[in-house]
Each structure stands twice: as C-alpha cells, then as structure tokens.
Design a protein around this ligand. Structure first.
Ligand SMILES: Nc1nc2c(ncn2[C@@H]2O[C@H](COP(=O)(O)OP(=O)(O)OP(=O)(O)O)[C@@H](O)[C@H]2O)c(=O)[nH]1
Length: 599
C-alpha cells in the first residue's frame, strides 16, 4: 500500500481534518500540513481508532465545514433585524473566531509575475466554476466572483496582482484569507514572484503556489520547486510545508486540485463569521456608471447586508437602493464572504475603505459627525504630541523588529548587504528583510512598507519621481545610497531606535584676519593666523567684526602658501576662503563643525 495523504484519509473515513490532526497529535505523529503523507502503520492505527469511536458512538464523525459553509452561503442569508448601530469591528481574521459561529467561504487573491497566467487562471475558474446566470443577469467585472466547487464556495478577488491586494491592506482592511502565487513552469521565480511572496507574508496569510503552464513542452516543475527554496518556500515533497500545485490555465489540468487545496487550507484556517452579527465590509472597487451612478463592490465580512440599509464609508454615507451578486443577479440580502455590487453611494469610495452600516439616515449622520470630530482631534494631537521613547522603540525588554525592504542593482550587492545585515541582529533587535529585490523600488514596495512600517533602503538604484512622491504621501522612509557603509550606518541608526541622527555643533578654532588677498577665481581670501585650535575645509564659519557677527557661512577653501590643504593648526598662517567676499582685516573667524551625537 502506498503512502496516504492526511486529508485523503480524513475524507475516506468521514472525519473532519481538524479531528484527524488532533488524533495524529495524540499519537505523537509528526506532519507538516494536512497534505503530508502518512506511513501505512499510522494509517492502520487511525482506522482502528475511528472504527472504535464510531462503534462507541462518540464524536469524531464529520461535522464537515464545507457542507455547513455551503448551507450558509447558498441559502438566502438569514433574516435579521436591520443593524442597530455602527461599530468598527476588527476585520475577520483579526479577532479570534468565536466557537459555534458558522464557517464562511474563503476569499482568495491571485498574485505572481507578469504574464505567468494570473488572469488566465482566474478566467478558467470563472468560466468553469461560476454557475450559469439566470435569464436577464449580466456578467460583469465587479472585482470579485464566487466559484462553486464540490467543497463549497470560494470567493476570488478578480483584480490580480500584489499592488491591488496591498492597496486594500494599506487602508487597514484585510480582505483575502489565502494567496495563490502563480509561477510559470517555463520561467520559474521572477522579480514579481518575490514581491508577491513578500506581500502575502507581510499579510500573514497562508499561500499556495500554483505552478502554471505545465502543458508547455518546456515546463520544468522540478526546477520551479527547487527555485522556490530561494524565497524560503520549501515544497512539501522537499520536506517543507509549502503547498505546491502544478496547473494549466489553458487545459484546466490541476485546477480542480488547486481548488481542493484552497478548501483544505480554508478549513484549517477555521474561517468563521456571524451572519446575524453587526455588519462589516470592505470596498473592493467602485466605478461611476453614467446612468446608474456610483456602483461599489462591497465584500461582506460580518453580518448581513440588506437592500435599504444605510452604509457609512469614511465620512460619507449612502442608502442601498439596489444590490446584485457577482453574477449580475439582483439580490435582497447578502451574508459573509459575499461580494455584492451596491447602488446608492453618492460619492465614489476607494478600494479598501471599510464599510459599516447604520439603522437610519440620522444614525449615519451621527456616525459621520463623530468621525469628523475624531479626525480633527487626531490632527490636533498629531501636531502637539511627541512620540514617547516606548512608542519609538517598543516596550522595553521586548525583541524589536526592524522591517526593511532592500533594493539593489545586482544580486551580488543584495547578497553582500544581506550578509552584513545578518551579522547585525542582536538579542534585542531582529532585522526582518521583507523583500530583497533587484532594480529600483516600485509603488508596490511603498505600499508594502506603509502597511508593515518598513524602511526602504536602495543601493545603487534610484527611485523614480512618482515612487518618491507616493513614499512622501504615505510617510514611508525611502533612502538611497551609493556607498554600502552609508547604508549600513543607516541600518545601525534604525537598530538604535528609528531615530534620525542628532548633530551638535563643535567648536574647532579661531583665526585673526591679517590681510585680504584678492584672487581672480576665488574672490577675496582672508590671509589669517590661527590663534586657537584648528581650521578645516568645509567647516562652518562665523565672522565677528568688533562685537558684531557680520557673517555666518562655510570655509570653502584653505590654503598654505599655494597649496590647498584640509586642515591648519594653531600657530600657523593660512588663506581662508569663505563663501563671502566682504571679509576685512581685523575680523575674527571662528570655525566649528557638526558632529553626530551618539544616543
Ligand atoms: N500554454 C499556456 N499558456 C498560458 C497558460 N496560462 C496563461 N498562458 C498564456 O500566458 C500569457 C499571459 O497570461 P495572462 O493570464 O495574461 O498572465 P498574467 O499573469 O495575468 O499577466 P499580467 O496581467 O500581464 O500580469 C497569455 O498569452 C496566456 O494565454 C497556461 O497554462 N498554458
């Protein structure tokens, strides 16, 4: 008998996957995930245990989540009273699921390198898994669609790519539960594959790798699996815990397996939401239709949405005049994990905006008034308040993580940088390189940095003007370096506590102007005698005439006889060239420099 996968055994025995994993834990069997394989003797032991349980009539039977999920999502949402107030709830996944709450369908996003087949895969699933529309229904792009599989409903976000995904996250909403990373079997890991993996990891959601285009003669699935280890994704058959599914978006091969793995992952994630709870949702996308007005796609995350409900988004509200499912059919209500197109907003909301509901117009206006007050108060406080040390450094005694995104011109420089950074970690500070990519930083990097409070450090690559602008708008630190040690100094500063370096002025020396020499190119040079300390080129200079300071500037040049020098000590004569032409005999020049204060 060959080895058996855990979920296959669970299915054959009619046992829930969670229950199966608990049994394996009790037996002390090691496994990576529900798709790990089991030895024959373990399979026999489990079969014996299940038979005993069934004979004694104790639990362990199937309480199949997908069936429950199907029931919950396919039947019309339960009739609930209209939501009574607005409360900003944590997004699903942020709060622990209450036991007994119904399961909900997973929301999946597809990311990967350009042309690796994200859109084709979505198209294939849409074509084969979206139930035929009723007469009159119009299929249209609304930003998400529901696929019906033998394991229950799966919701796909229809706009592929990590930028779309992180744009939503950057607004504080988590909408996807699982990420599919598409890698073309003929191309393997590419720059945007790395980015996509970094984005999924930053969101802390499980990812499944779909190796696409396996129908091509040049497809090399094994090479992709080996290359995945470069991004720290070790496939299960290489001893890791990354689920990898070979597929073809062209022939459909493997797509059924992919859907099955999505359902399995969802089951293990134990995704739950209360259709009777307070409504919470997120805007997936919105557009203005010339005739209908604003059409917004809302993903219901908690509670149930009804036609006639008042919705509040940011500082705007609207009343739902009509609602349709992702297949274009008119619906009256929608429960958790349902994407719905809503007509009734007066302003165009943005992707990622959180949506709440209110029982009537008056309540909606009150909520908005409270939000406006809160925003003003925050703005005021932001102006007044200075960060405490604890806010900058994190609670004392805890390991602090410094999130970094590295961008460099070559793989060699990236590796050199990572090597140096690895040696900088200490017991108190962990350096987390979320993404190390070749080439200039992208807007996607800035979004990722803004959601993860990361600093983007560039070595020998220059960000474009538009990327710099987005970084400014989002308050993301984006710094470029040409000298590796300057970049390392910046990392040292971040390790010390994310504080900007503090400089203080240090006195260097004093000189007396004894003659003024006119120079054809440099202008008037102060022939001086250093009475105290020393003078350095590029030092700050303060010129005093009598009791009055007549000029403050820089020592742009220093000469001893005809030679340019860097420094002149006390007791010597020299020519001091200032960035000022009006120096006079008798003036006293004081030199100083800015030095970084060690904090
Ligand atoms: N042979 C083969 N071709 C595929 C497969 N999947 C996608 N393609 C082709 O690969 C090309 C790119 O596919 P897309 O689906 O547009 O790729 P994408 O990742 O969505 O690309 P962007 O949207 O540009 O990022 C198209 O010409 C597809 O027809 C596949 O499984 N097999």
């Amino acid at each position: 008998m060959s080895k058996v996968r855990i979920y296959t055994l669970a299915k054959d025995l009619g046992v829930d996957n969670h229950r199966m994993l608990a049994m394996l834990d009790d037996l002390g069997v090691q496994y990576k995930s529900v798709s790990s394989t089991l030895e024959e003797d373990v399979v026999e032991t489990i079969k014996g245990l299940v038979a005993e349980e069934q004979a004694s009539g104790s639990g362990g039977g199937s309480d199949s989540a997908p069936a429950e999920q199907q029931a919950q999502t396919e039947s019309a949402a339960p009739s609930t009273p209209a939501p009574v107030a607005v409360a900003e709830r944590p997004a699903p996944g942020e709060a622990p699921a209450a036991p007994g709450m119904p399961t909900r369908a997973p929301v999946v996003t597809i990311m990967g390198h350009v042309d690796h087949g994200k859109t084709s895969l979505l198209d294939y699933i849409r074509k084969t898994k979206v139930a035929a529309k009723e007469a009159g229904g119009i299929t249209q792009h609304v930003g998400a669609f529901e696929a019906k599989t033998s394991k229950g409903k799966i919701v796909f976000i229809d706009t592929p790519g990590h930028e779309a995904f992180t744009t939503i996250r950057a607004r504080g909403a988590n909408v996807a539960d699982i990420a599919i990373i598409v890698v073309a079997a003929d191309d393997s890991i590419m720059p945007q594959t790395r980015e996509a993996v970094a984005h999924a990891q930053a969101a802390n959601i499980p990812l499944i790798v779909a190796i696409n285009k396996i129908d091509l003669p040049q497809a090399d699935v094994e090479r992709v699996k080996t290359d995945l280890t470069q991004v720290n994704l070790v496939p299960e058959d290489y001893g890791g815990d990354t689920v990898v599914v070979p597929v073809s978006a062209k022939t459909g091969e493997g797509v059924e397996d992919l859907l099955e793995y999505i359902s399995l992952t969802a089951e293990l994630e134990d995704l739950r939401a209360d259709p009777k709870g307070e409504f919470a949702g997120v805007i997936i996308e919105s557009k203005v239709d010339k005739q209908a007005g604003v059409l917004a796609t809302v993903m219901v995350q908690e509670g149930t949405l009804h036609v006639g409900d008042f919705l509040v988004v940011g500082e705007n509200y609207g009343k739902i005049k009509a609602m349709s499912g992702s297949d274009g059919e008119r619906i009256k209500e929608a429960g958790p994990s349902t994407p719905v197109q809503v007509l009734g907003f007066s302003e165009n909301p943005s992707s990622g905006d959180k949506v709440a509901s209110a029982k009537n117009e008056h309540a909606a206006r009150e909520v908005i008034a409270a939000r406006v007050d809160k925003r003003r108060e925050d703005e005021e406080q932001g102006k007044r308040r200075k960060m405490t040390l604890e806010e900058m450094m994190g609670p004392l005694g805890e390991v602090r993580t410094v999130n970094l995104i590295l961008r460099a011109d070559t793989q060699g420089s990236l590796e050199a940088l990572q090597g140096i950074l690895a040696r900088k970690e200490s017991d108190d500070v962990k350096l987390n390189v979320m993404l190390a990519g070749i080439g200039a930083p992208t807007e996607g990097d800035v979004l990722l940095a803004s959601t993860a409070e990361a600093t983007i450090l560039c070595f020998s690559v220059t960000p474009s003007g538009s990327v710099k602008k987005v970084a400014d708008q989002k308050n993301v630190d984006l710094k470029s370096f040409r000298i590796i040690y300057e970049l390392i100094d910046e990392v040292d500063r971040l390790i010390k506590g994310n504080v900007e370096p503090v400089f203080e002025e240090k006195y260097l020396g004093r000189a007396e102007v004894r003659m003024v020499i006119s120079h054809p190119r440099s202008g008037n040079i102060a022939g001086s005698y250093i009475t105290d300390g020393s003078f350095k080129r590029n030092a700050k200079a303060k010129v005093t005439r009598g009791k009055q300071v007549v000029y403050e500037g820089t020592v742009v040049g220093l000469k001893r006889f005809k030679d340019d020098v860097r420094e002149v000590q006390q007791g010597y004569e020299c020519g001091i060239n200032l960035d000022w032409n009006d120096v006079a005999v008798g003036d006293i020049i004081e030199a100083s420099e800015m030095v970084e204060v060690q904090q």
